[in-house]
Design a protein around this ligand. Structure first.
Ligand code: NAP
Length: 253
């Protein structure tokens, strides 16, 4: 009798990054896999991803562990943003508890180059203090969730860019909110900085190409950049590229 075909292995990609979407795109047609991407649900109209999509928090590490069991997940790739520290820690705990192999896919941080004028800071609080000392017209490129930390800087004018309209929810006292979804070109970013007479950029050290143009544009214009270091990542197997994540998965199916 012919052997019954094996059930496809169920892969959960914790998404929210370009790498997560690229990984889903590479694997969605793989017959030995059933690919599910999970998004936190911060963006009302997220970019399309290949394969199945689920949206919303799991309810902490315990909620994620329950989801992994309920959905018979066999592999997890945590491809969330390098600053998504809570999700990363929850993934480590839940996968260890259930015994599901897990990989962290995380692009390397940017490194300063000749001509960069970076003010390196360890966290958001230190970034607020650095802006208070240094900037008067600031391009604050830290994401919607971290704007509140800067709300006390009444003397600073802020340019904020958001994928979706912030409407009345922008907590900053002075400035302008514009809409836009990357990737952006260096020329367009330089024009934006000049048009708004920006004298300081604040950025997370996200790494990758998609949001690097503002860093290159600041270097071109000789502007300082308050560069916020990544939060500590949980000790775990981490790889930097989608290709390596594909190889890790293929070795397990
Ligand atoms: P976080 O602080 O580590 O996560 C907060 C909570 O959001 C988690 O505990 C989890 O809720 C839920 N969550 C996060 N990522 C999720 C996912 N992929 N699927 C389902 N639930 C998720 O993360 P964050 O900074 O809020 O980031 C949220 C999302 O935005 C992530 O997908 C991340 O990759 C993306 N993102 C973040 C940044 C950033 O700078 N932080 C930048 C760009 C994109 P439960 O505990 O209820 O499960």
């Amino acid at each position: 009798m012919a052997a019954a075909p094996r059930e496809p292995r169920r892969l959960l990609i914790l998404g929210g990054t370009g790498e997560a979407a690229a990984l889903a795109g590479r694997l969605a047609a793989e017959p030995r896999l059933h690919v599910i991407t999970s998004l936190a649900g911060r963006t009302r109209e997220p970019a399309k991803v290949a394969g199945k999509l689920r949206v919303g928090g799991f309810g902490g590490a315990a909620g994620l562990a329950a989801y992994l069991e309920r959905e018979s997940i066999g592999l997890v790739v945590d491809a969330t943003h390098p600053f998504a520290a809570r999700m990363a820690a929850n993934a480590v705990r839940a996968c260890a508890e259930i015994g599901v192999p897990r990989l962290k896919l995380m692009r390397p941080p940017w490194q300063a180059r000749d001509g960069d004028r970076w003010i390196d800071v360890p966290d958001m609080g230190a970034a607020v203090r650095a802006v208070g000392r240094t900037g008067s017209r600031v391009f604050l490129s830290v994401g919607r969730q971290d704007l509140t930390a800067f709300a006390g800087l009444a003397g600073t004018w802020f340019l904020v860019r958001s994928i979706e309209p912030l409407e009345a929810s922008c907590p900053l006292p002075r400035g302008e909110v514009i809409q836009g979804r990357g990737p952006f070109t260096e020329a367009a970013e330089a024009a934006l900085l000049k048009d708004h007479r920006i004298d300081l950029l604040v950025s997370k050290n996200s790494g990758g190409q998609a949001t690097y143009a503002k860093i290159a544009a600041s270097r071109r214009l000789g502007l300082p950049v308050v560069m916020i270091a990544r939060p500590p990542a949980p000790a775990s197997e981490t790889i930097p590229t989608v290709d390596e994540a594909v190889a890790w998965i293929e070795a397990r199916i």
